[in-house]
Each structure stands twice: as C-alpha cells, then as structure tokens.
Design a protein around this ligand. Sequence first.
Ligand code: DHE
Length: 547
Amino acid sequence: TTPGGQYQPSLDTLSGKGTEQPGTKPGDPVLSKAEFDKANQIYFERCAGCHGVLRKGATGKPLTPDLTKKLGFDYLRDFITYGSPGGMPNWGTSGDLQTADIELMARYLLNDAAQPPEFGLKEIKESWKVLIPVAQRPTKKMNKLDIDNLFAVTLRDAGEVALIDGTTKKIELILKTGYAVHISRMSASGRYLFTVGRDSKINLVDLWMDPPQTVAELKVGSEARSIETSKFKGYEDKYAIAGAYWPPQYVIMDGVTLEPFKVVSTRGMTYDTQEFHPEPRVASIVASHFNPEFVVNIKETGQILLVNFKDIKNLKVTAIEAERFLHDGGFDKTGRYFLVAANARHKIAIVDTKEDKLVGVIESGGQTPHPGRGANLLHPKYGPVWATSHLGDETISFIGTDPEKNKPHAWKVVQKVAGQGGGSLFIKTHPKSENLYVDTPLNTDAEISSSVAVFKIKDLAKEKPEYKVLPIGQWSGISEGARRVVQGEYNKDGNEIWFSVWNNKAQESAIVVVDDKTLTLKTVIRDKRLVTPTGKFNVHNTRNDVY
Ligand code: DHE
C-alpha cells in the first residue's frame, strides 16, 4: 500500500508496464528511473482515464508539455493538490496523494508524455488462458445459487469482484479479477459473467459451476473500460468484444473461451475536422437487439461504430459521425435507440440500432452529462423518456424517446429539474418503481457526496419537483472517510436498490440496501472483504438491459 492507503498493483497488473522513459529536453526536470516508474504508475492509475495516455485531453484538459510548461511547476502542484470545481479531484487535500507524490507528478508533467507499448494479436494471444475447457464444464447448473438475482460487485482497489446473493445479501464468493474492474456484463443466456479490469484483463466466469469459477482469461491491452457479449437472436453467447483505452483498439473474441479473433485499431480521423488522432479510446459498448452488431463508441474521434459480426473475416463497420468525447450511455426502453453522452461537449447522441443511422445529436441541457446507462421512465406529461444527470451541474434532463406515439417530444429535452448539485455519475430507476435516484459521489460537499436524491416520478408533472435526500453514508453506520455514495442498482424484482458507500482502501466501506417502496433502510452489508465497492451489476437486469 502506498502512503495514501491506495492500491499498489503487483507488477504483472501494472498498467503502462514496459513504458519507456522519454528523453529529457534541455531545461526539463530530470526524473530518475525509479521516479519515472512511480510517476508513470500514478499517472496510469489516477490521471490517464480523463487526460489520455498521450495527455491530449478528453474529459480532462490536455497536459502536453507545450501547455504544462506555460502553467509551471507551482501551478501544477497546487492544481493537483486542491482540484477544481470543473471536476479535477483534490488529490492532495483528500489524502489520496502525499505532497512528495504531487511534486513528483508536477515534474513528470513538465516532460514529454511517455508512450506505452503496442499490444497486437500476438501479445493478446500470449495472455490467453483457458482454465476450464468447454468440454470439462458442466452441462447444467451445478450450484444452488439464484443466479438471476446475484450481484457482481466490483471491489475496486482489491482487484476482485464479489458475488452477493440478492435475497440473503450473503457474499457467496470473491473472485480474483483484473485491477479496478470497471464493468461486469452477462452473456445472453445468463450463464457467463464477463469482467474487465482497468488493466484490460478480462475474466470469463461460469456461473453454473459449483462454486462459480473463472474459466478463461485474456488481456486486450494495458488500459480498458468496456466489455459486451453478442445478444442478437442466433448469436447468444457466441461472441464477446472488449474496448481498450490503450492501445486504442477493440478485440472480438469467442464468447465461451475468449479466444481472440480480431483486433481492430480505432486510430483515425476525427469525425468533424477529419484530422488524425493517435489515441481514440473505446468508451461504452452495447450489443444490438436488432442486428448482429455491437455499438462501439469512440471517444476522441466522435464516431459511433456499428460493428457487424455476421462475418468477422469480412468485417462490416458502419461509422456514424456523432460528436467528440463519447463516453457512457444506454438504450431507451424499447432497446432500439441508443443514447450516449458526448460528455465534454455537453451533448447526447442518439442512434437507431434498427435502421443503423444517427437520429440526432442534442444539447443535454446541463454541463457534462454522465448517465451511466441512464434511466427509462414513463413521464406523467411527456410519455416514455430517458434521463441523465450531470457531472458539471445539478441538472437532471429528461429526453423523449417515443417517436411513434409522442412525436412532438421525441429526441428533445422535455424537462430539466435540479438535483442536489454537480458531481453526479449515475441515475437509476426500474420499470416497476415510482422513484428516480440520483447520486452525487463527486460533489465537493461531503454531505451531498454521501447521500442520494430521490424524485417521485409522478412529481415530475410539477414545474419544480422536490426530492427527498437519503443519507446513505450515515445509514451505513460507518463514520470514517468520505463515504462517497455511488451507483444505485436494483435487485431482480425491482423492489430494492443497492448503493455502494465507497471509502479509501484503508477504510471501511459498505453496501446499503434501500426499500424502494418506503425509501427506508433495509439492510447494510458490512464485511472486511468489501474493499472499495463501486459498480454493482444485477445479473437479470444487466442481461436484459433493465434500467
Ligand atoms: Fe467509469 C462506466 C470510463 C471513472 C465507475 N466508465 C463507464 C464506461 C466508460 C467509463 C467508458 C461505460 C462502459 C460501458 O457501458 O461499456 N470511468 C471511465 C473513465 O474514463 C473515467 C472517467 C476515469 C478513469 O480513469 O476510469 C471513469 N468510473 C470512474 C470512476 O471513478 C468510478 C466511479 C469508479 C472506478 O471504477 O474507477 C467509475 N464507470 C463506473 C461504473 C460504470 C462505469 C460503475 C458502469 C455503470 C453502469 O451502471 O453501467
């Protein structure tokens, strides 16, 4: 553990491993090999997600030396220490980084960006392990688990995923995975669970085994955030795809063994100015229900790729011009339209996955939309809508999604309401629920970041609907730490919603389960093994795109 109490990855999980120290120009601060390796590791773990490996910027500002040298050492050190209301975390005052680390980072940023090695099919294949061949796997479910109501919970800094029973709330199993698993997704059959680590390690877990077990592993690069499996009729459990941040590429693989078939680089032209971009990262990926396709969102070039896997030897890709800085998104309630946030452009792009074309790109109505997969609900005035909250302000926007019966409202922001404040990451409801939950884990006010706002859907008929605040952090019974409350996820029946209370690795964290009807505390899951829980993925809801 580093002085900040943070996760220190072992060498083989280290992102950016093998990165050569770039040469120093006259006047640049000189870093020893050990200092460079340390700074590089911190950069990969903390900074690259927003600023990019090549430091060309996306969600965060560009940090190339032409810019950082103008800002200077003192400015960089203070900015890293105190953060900014625009979304830069306060790494120093939060205690995550010590003064010496911050000064090291300020010096590191005055040097050229270091480029990590490429990772082609050869390296990907070398990382491939089938631990249990298909022939040795069971032909029916061998355990007593209620698989459909299991939750796969990311234990971020432990490099693990916990499988928690949705009814008993018992931790059934802890699986070793990649570092800081970003998301878990389910195969169409509901049998296989896929996880993708920030270090781009994929685990394929067979939930039929007793106990469930990782049956195959693969690495698709050195940085990744997304994974998905084919869901179109006839292709259930056939293919999987993973998107990497570094190298910028996606990999199509076998859905039950992870054998890598095809690596496709996303380097290329920006959709608008048509300039070459060396690092267009793969953001969210979803599987179409209307075509044998994956919807792959490329951040820096602003293209939405519809990757048709009918014949992967003759791969057909429809590249849709959308908007730069595509990030996260989800389907509308019919599963036909996909809505994705172009977060640094404050826009939402909408794709029709049946007709394979862009419906439009609209202003999200607030600053830096961050929907997660968004929330679908029946608005009392405007019919079916999809909602997003924002990182940069308190706005919650509702976008009409029914071009057939509610045409005048379709693909427009029909309403904006104010939540607790900015710093929101995820918004959630369920088809059976009357409530809409909005988290604010990155708000700088400790009370706001440790609670969630709940709106009654029927109150959206009012011009200024009020919300109730649920003090989830306090309900957890934990008194230490920032207790950031993040990402609501429903159980299978849609009558309870789970939130992570996310503290530092050295502190205690928890999961708080709320009764959706009464908005009261139902259960707190506290356990020494629940280290830094973040994302939670209910098998049934993830498999069926219920959100
Ligand atoms: Fe995420 C979704 C990328 C920071 C937790 N995050 C996503 C997706 C992307 C992404 C591309 C969509 C995946 C998909 O649907 O296929 N996230 C990034 C980043 O680049 C960023 C901004 C910085 C980074 O370095 O990673 C980032 N994300 C975070 C966090 O700090 C969170 C809270 C904790 C963590 O793991 O680091 C976090 N991101 C999540 C979660 C989801 C997610 C829980 C899935 C939400 C859902 O309900 O689908």
